[in-house]
Design a protein around this ligand. Sequence first.
Ligand code: PMP
Length: 441
Amino acid sequence: MTALFHRRCGADLPIASTGDGCFIIDKNGKRYLDSCGGAAVSCLGHSFEPVKTAIQEQLASLPFAHTSFFTTGAAEAMAQALIKHAPAGISRVYPLSGGSEAVEAAIKLARQFFIETGQPQRHKIIARRQSYHGNTIGALAAGGNQWRREPFTPLLMETSHIAPCYEYRDRKSDESAWDYAQRVANELETEIQRLGAENVMAFIAEPVVGATAGAVPPVPGYFKRIREICDTHGVLLILDEVMCGMGRTGTLFASEQDGIAPDIVTIAKGLGAGYQPVGAMLCTEKIYETIAIGSGFFQHGHTYLAHPIAMAAATAVIETLVAPGMLSRVRERGDMLQTLLEEYLGDHPHVGDIRGRGLFRGIEMVESKSTKAPFDPAKRLHQKIKAAGMDAGLMCYPMGGTIDGKSGDHILLAPPFIIEEAELQEIAVRLRHSIDVAIKQ
Ligand code: PMP
């Protein structure tokens, strides 16, 4: 009997024992092709020597130094490496241990920024209905995923949720992509005006939605309009790149492809590539300076901030990601994966949409392709696909839960960037098989 209860109670999971490139091998020797990086985490596979070596070297020299006493070479190097490649204007890094921590820190930083600029009434957050920003109380409050929020609602701060940018479901047949982008982005302005701009602190969104629906990219122009609206009303733009950042979409930061820069950006998952639990919140010089010349202290902190071993792992990951050829490889392999998915799944009567950017792809399942009607949630199709995948030696990430009562079952693919062509094809073959098995159940 297990003494753990961090998974579904009573779940009987295989015991992972070793890693080999894009595969995890269980204790019985069965090999699982990791098509999702766990949850878009393992961007360098499961046996990447340079990251292991960086961890071992840091461990041998200094495992830990508390940030109230010391900075470390490891933390300084990680921050420098990130800033060198960060979106325009982003110049400061606050290293943390994961995605929820990064989002919590972002929310608190936004709040403190407005207090220190003499606008203490600004405290409201706007997010989108199709969103997940973490499981801690503040991050959960920001997110729009009803299933996750509902049991905890009395504990959560009030957050407004506007429509997501979700072309497959919401663009009208007579509407151009551009008009659609403007229409949904303008919902932000309407909500800011409803709340009173003087009360609104920040808008938070994922550039490419990962955690509530498989890899939904924004339509061109959407984030430009969002940026404009935030600027007009003095609202901070927080981009949550916990899942879609760190090269996953083919650029180090996903927002680069939308031609905008945030005021605050959160990253995690791919930053440690699974070798260490690590995240970070990054902000502009303007925000940093406001606090530096104001109170001089961001009122936040955790014991394991900037943990040296996590920092050493993250630096090795960043250096690998920005090395020549890596991000272009993500783009090429991503296009290849899209083509393969269309080839193997495009004609499937229950595959409604195949989408994404880079090596971040999503498949939306539908009961009817013509009406886009989702399956009955009670069927739990996404979980059945995951289970059939595990039987077939394929890890794929299932997502369920409706958004505005419309979409239901999604599969997220986020394979390691080191994946080979033959392995991409194997993902498509095994996924088709897993979907067929699951639908018959
Ligand atoms: N934001 C997004 C977009 C995420 O996908 C996640 C994790 N799925 C989080 C925040 C929370 O990250 P963590 O699980 O590391 O706390």
